[in-house]
Structure formats: C-alpha cells, structure tokens
Design a protein around this ligand. Sequence first.
Ligand SMILES: [Fe+2]
Ligand SMILES: [Fe+2]
Length: 340
Amino acid sequence: MSMSGTDARREGFVTTSTRGLRHDLPPMRLYHKAKRFGVWDPRAIDFRRDREDWQVLNDEQRDALLRLVSLFSAGEESVTLDLLPLIMVIAREGRLEEEMYLTTFLWEEAKHTEFFRRFLDEVAETTADLHHYHTPSYKKIFYEELPRAMNRLLTDPSPAAQAEAAVTYNLIVEGVLAETGYYAFYQTLHRQGLMPGLIEGIRNLQRDESRHIAYGVFLLSRLVAEDDSIWNVIDRRLNYLLPYALGVTHEIYAAYGNNHPFNVDQQEFVNYAIKQFSLRAERIEQARGKSLAEIYRLATLDVEEPGEPAPSGAAGAAGQSAAPGGEAESGGPGEGGTAA
Ligand SMILES: [Fe+2]
Ligand SMILES: [Fe+2]
C-alpha cells in the first residue's frame, strides 16, 4: 500500500471485502463500549453545589484546587492536540477497527478539555493565567516529552516510535498521572463531601480514560508480540519518564511546605502512582513471546470489565458468544492491515 504523497491509492476496502468488520477485535469492543458510556455531556453537569462549596474554601484550599484543575486542563488540552499523529499512523496501516475506536478517543479528550475549562469559568470564575502552576516535572512531560513523542510519528511511524509515543501518552500521562490525579480529587474533595459536580465529571472522565489506557496496553502488547525487541524500548522509556511522573506529585506538595491544604499524605499518592506504573508494565511484559491471537484474547479480557454490561446485539454477538480462546483465530501477520 502507498498512502503517502500524491501517489496514494487503494486496492480495495475492508467493508466491501469478504473480511468485513471484525467486531471481536479488542479495539472494536472498545469502540462499541465508547458509544454506550462515552456520551456524557460536560455541560449537563450541575455545578450549583460546587459554586457554593468554592465560597467556603480557604485561600490555600482554593489554590490547591486551582493547581490540580490547571494541571488537568492543560493536560487534557495537550492530549487532545497531540493524539492526531497516532491516529494518522494507525489509519495509514489500514487498521480500520483501531481507527474507528480512536475517533471516540479524540472526541472524549475534547470533552475532558471542555469540562475542566468549564469548572474554571463557572465554579472558580477565574480568567487568571494559571501557567505558574506548571512545575518543572510537569513541563518536562507536557511541554516537551509528550508533544515530541507524538509529533515524531509524522515523520517516523516505526514500531519503536509508536511504542515510545504510546508509553508516554497512554502509560505515563493517562496511566500514572491522570489516574493519580483522579485519586487526588477523590481523597481531597469526595472524602470531605465537597464539589459533587466536579466529582461526577471526574468519574465520567475516569471511565473514558480506562478505555484509552486499555487501547494503549493493547497497542503496546501488539507491538511487543510482533517484535520482541520493542519490549526494551518500552522498558527504557517507562523508566526514563517515571521520575518526572513522580516529580509532579512531589512538586505539588513542595508548593505547600509539604503540608497539603486538604490534609492528604504525600506517600499515599506516591505509592498509588508506583502501583499503577507496575501494573501496566507487568501487563505489557506478558505479551513477550505471545501470538497476536493470544494478545487479542488477553486484551478482550481487559475490555470486559465486571459490573459493566458488555456490548449486546448484533454488534457484539460475534465475539460475545464465542469461548475466550476462539475469538481471534486469524491473528496472523498483517492482521488489520491487509485490505488497503
Ligand atoms: Fe482525558
Ligand atoms: Fe485519555
């Protein structure tokens, strides 16, 4: 296939071939799940109680909350802006099901960006410049490493470049930083019964993000299964970025003389961040030496979380009724990329 430059042309299409759409592929299951659970509206969240709660916070508490929201707002903005090169690479490889899922991914990041800006506009009612909350570790990740790793894909779509991008985006930014951040919102606000609208939005966001991370883990596992040397790329990148991810938490505490205005222990967050990091790394390392069919089976188990209804009807039927081992029978080389 040639999909770059003026000589781009196609040999055919997935949906008009005998192959059809593969609803049993893990990214397609995420796509169906996103249509059901990713449709919340940031503007429908009721911030009335949050506005009252804002009035009773002291200055340091307001500062701590503005800090956390400013990190999230800029973070969501940057993942919205920086995702496109990865979608471009996946589309050029002809992986239609993966790209279909990624359309929901990008839309969700846009809504997350909208949500945090809405909080700043309508609850904190601030138009202040908040960049001073972005400390050195945060800047290293969001101003440098994330845009660099993602935009590199525009000129270097190699598996190693894809792996470095997905580690940065899905494992460090979403898997460690965002998840530790949600935990911070729950431990500070929810524990004290404050800001129910903000907490409701965070819960929706976290559910969206669990799909994003599941896609990242799937992508990295697929890359490792296709080429075992990619594991070393992933391992090196994770260990390079981890100190900066932990540094973000450290710098938040340092800003308040290590006594956080909401009385939460720093070690609790560091432990949580490290636990998130180890879980993902172990999960991807399991992909070493496995076939693509096994990767699809493992990723499918990730998608089918207990307690959430699985996609039903015709869309999910192909994979839903099959035994877990029989779902990805045709995971040969070129899987997902054969039609165009
Ligand atoms: Fe997000
Ligand atoms: Fe995300």
